[in-house]
Design a protein around this ligand. Structure first.
Ligand code: ATP
Length: 139
């Protein structure tokens, strides 16, 4: 069982968190939105209201103790990048980040994150594969 932290409990972050829980892992969910944290509090190992653009929040949450931190902040480019910089300087070992634009991708690759995720493109490829192999994937 691995310990995951997911920053941002929007559609992407919450879906990833709930699936990790289903797969038997421990998940800390973090969001600035009290409403979202309350929504997922019963379904995740821990759910905490915090602003990850504040370095102190990263330290207080002990994010350096997690196996992987998934940054699922989309629209707020500045918040996503600042969070990654803080996670790096806190010594977090493995960082996966959702990217929302080419510019976002370019900066994230310069920061040396471990995986950059493009949900729409990756889902497009999976849908094409599912359409192409109807015997394997029911539709
Ligand atoms: P999705 O498509 O997954 O719903 P999105 O791409 O529209 O999300 P956002 O809504 O911008 O992305 O961000 C996802 C979540 O990240 C939101 O619930 C938002 O409250 C949270 N978030 C944004 N900034 C911060 C921050 N500084 N600290 C913690 N959480 C944050």
């Amino acid at each position: 069982m691995a310990q995951f932290a997911v920053i941002g409990l929007g559609r992407f972050g919450s879906a990833a968190s709930l699936e990790l829980m289903k797969l038997g892992h421990s998940v800390l969910g973090v969001d600035t939105s009290e409403k979202l944290v309350n929504k997922y509090a019963d379904q995740l190992t821990h759910a905490v209201i915090a602003d990850v653009t504040d370095r102190r929040a990263i330290d207080e949450l002990g994010l350096d103790n997690y196996d992987v931190v998934l940054v699922a902040i989309g629209a707020d480019l500045e918040a996503s990048l600042l969070c990654v910089v803080h996670l790096k300087s806190a010594g977090v070992q493995t960082i996966w980040v959702k990217a929302t634009s080419r510019a976002h991708h370019t900066i994230l690759s310069k920061l040396g994150v471990d995986r950059i995720i493009h949900p729409e493109e990756e889902m497009g490829v999976r849908v094409a594969q599912a359409l192409s192999y109807p015997m394997v994937n029911d539709y």
